[in-house]
Design a protein around this ligand. Structure first.
Ligand code: SF4
Length: 254
């Protein structure tokens, strides 16, 4: 830039660049005056649907790319959750080339303890949904959460915590490039889709999200509290299985 930046603009730009660096985007260019609506800088990377820009993940094998994202995350202190009792960061687990990705809300106590998403009672139910319901193995899919640290007392994640943490999830999605994403529960669905709607409005249809099809179903923890909804979740899984070309036998998601 050839003009002197005042301190406020410098600060805004610095935050802006850090945000996109977190997404793995490092190359910026300036449009000529009048060429766009942002007078300061524009990104080479275009937006995909999902309300967040697509990351420029270099062409590495997915396992290596995921490892590098984990290294970028480091011992993260980007949002307040790092000092609110988390034991460890819960990055995500599964097949780096998975066709199916599940995204939940946040780690709970068991996940915080073990460093892996969905390992408690809700995780056991998710495993049953994957194996007994869909005929897959847990290691065939990829499982992650919107945020990677346990909120105190399992409270709902704050919006700014989701906004700060989710760029890393977006990078994971862009590396894995699943054929289908299943958002587990309303917090995950609303955060990903930037839609403030009820579960009954969110379920039962497909969304386009970062070049991938996304469906919404109940969070397994909710199904543990209200098992009557399992048959509804099974309908959602069948919709996903149809999309993935998986045989739908007389299975159950119990
Ligand atoms: S929730 Fe995400 S952004 Fe916040 S400290 Fe943990 S890893 Fe960092």
């Amino acid at each position: 830039m050839n003009r002197k930046l005042d301190s406020e603009l410098r600060s805004v730009l610095s935050n802006y660049v850090r945000y996109y660096n977190d997404l793995g985007i490092y190359d910026f260019y300036r449009r000529p005056p009048g060429a766009g609506d942002n007078p300061v800088l524009n990104l080479r990377n275009l937006k995909r649907s999902g309300g967040m820009p697509a990351a420029a993940e270099p062409d590495r094998d997915p396992a290596t790319a995921l490892r590098l994202i984990r290294e970028d995350l480091g011992d993260c202190t980007r949002c307040p959750l790092h000092k609110l009792g988390r034991k460890q960061i819960v990055f995500g687990v599964g097949n780096p080339g998975a066709r199916l990705m599940f995204i939940g809300e946040a780690p709970g106590a068991d996940e915080d303890e073990q460093g892996e998403p969905f390992v408690g009672r809700a995780g056991q139910l998710l495993n049953n949904m994957i194996t007994n319901g869909m005929g897959l193995r847990r290691e065939d899919v990829y499982i992650a959460n919107i945020i990677k640290c346990r909120p105190p007392n399992n409270r709902t994640p704050e919006r700014d915590e989701c906004q700060i943490c989710s760029p890393f999830l977006m990078r994971q999605i862009d590396v894995i490039r699943p054929q289908v994403i299943v958002a587990l529960g309303s917090i995950a669905a609303r955060t990903l889709l930037a839609i403030n709607a009820s579960m009954s409005e969110l379920r039962g249809r497909w969304y386009e999200f970062r070049g991938t099809k996304l469906a919404v179903t109940y969070h397994p923890a909710f199904l543990l509290r209200d098992p009557r909804q399992k048959k509804e979740a099974w309908k959602d899984l069948q919709m996903v299985m149809k999309e993935l070309g998986l045989p739908i036998a007389l299975r159950t998601a119990d």
